[in-house]
Design a binder for this molecule. Sequence first.
Ligand code: UDX
Length: 424
Amino acid sequence: MDVCVIGAGYVGLTTSAVLASFGHHVHCVDKDKERITMLLEDKVPIFEPGLEELVIENKKKGNLVFSTQLGKAVKNSSIIFIAVGTPLSADGRADLSFYQAVTNELSTLIDSYKIIITKSTVPVGTNSELERTLLEKGVSADYFDVVSNPEFLREGTAIYDMLHPDKIVVGVNDPKPITMVQKLYQKIQAPFIITSLNGAEMIKYASNTFLAVKISFINELAQISDAYDVDITDVALGLGTDPRIGPHFLRAGLGYGGSCLPKDLASMEHQALKQGITPHLLKAAQTINDLLIDGYVNKLKNKVADLQSKKVTVWGASFKPNTDDTRHSQALRLIERLKEEGCEVHVFDPAVTVDHVKNHQDMYESVNESDVLIIATEWKEFIQADWALVKEKMKGQVILDCRNCVSPRTIKHYGFTYVGMARP
Ligand code: UDX
């Protein structure tokens, strides 16, 4: 099938590369000239394991082309994906300006039947609104169908997640395009969940807000467990074996960040308030997440009385391991807070450099003469660190493990003071 994907970010690029690997002819378009130039030169502008190889392979096969020209791509495609960003605006709304710019342009380009599939996360009602707008702008009803097909991939495992989803959600107001969408994805083994346009949009928000609530739940329990000297990893294990709860997203620590969970929680709150509904649980999840930084800084202050001018090394700045993405990163918020406390902050992250701190290329050099080491993102290299070497280099002995990712027993064995949350 001939497919146009609008947007070459995480979702757009992964969708393009995976659909091309299925043998579809994919035309990926982005307005960002620099981004497209890089892709034309076989360079993938984002850090995502396996993506560059898949892009290069499918470009070579002729299944994947990149350009900034939407007109030609739309003309040659029967399926059009919209995968542009819908970032968080200051008031908590999803900013739909990119999405609206694309749909306005599409309304002037459609001159034969197209299936328009929204991949971007958009507030409930947006796809139905798109249908109305296209009709109002004079596009014939025979020339298009709108489908909401949200994406659930995670950064760092994007390709795997797209190839092995637990479901494919397809929202439509008219069943006509369903068969084509099923054909498009026929190489993926996953159940189709067919619902309305609003239903599909809501499923996406429901998933991300549930994950945020689950993380805040375990983080609240971690604080209570901490007070009672209970190990939260045991609690998570005991909880997670119940199939009604499940073992995932029960890792207590510094909380959630990234481009989706904080944004979608804020947007869902905003959508609820718009309907006169107070989203108590969603607000609580957000508050708990925001206060985690204070909790860890207080824990640190219990061990190091005066943080002023202390050399504090932070390992990890990305919002989670295996990505260079720092959007809404809790690690970055912690770094800012440490600076406010007067600490001399040194940072090592395998994929990120942070502004206005001393960044290091080598994780062991970063702890030279440090008073405190903080693990803020659980990269594999931190979990497997050579603790004897760290001990040799550090001046102080406090290790604050904000991701409960190293064994307290191991850390103590090397003569450190281990500080985690609910890790007695
Ligand atoms: C998320 C959703 O998982 C994905 O389905 C959606 O399409 C996009 O948003 P992503 O933002 O890539 O994916 O990250 P994810 O792996 O979900 O982690 C989100 C945040 O939660 C990270 O900051 C992570 O560190 C944190 N987290 C995750 C926890 O604190 N504890 C956990 O148990 C799991």
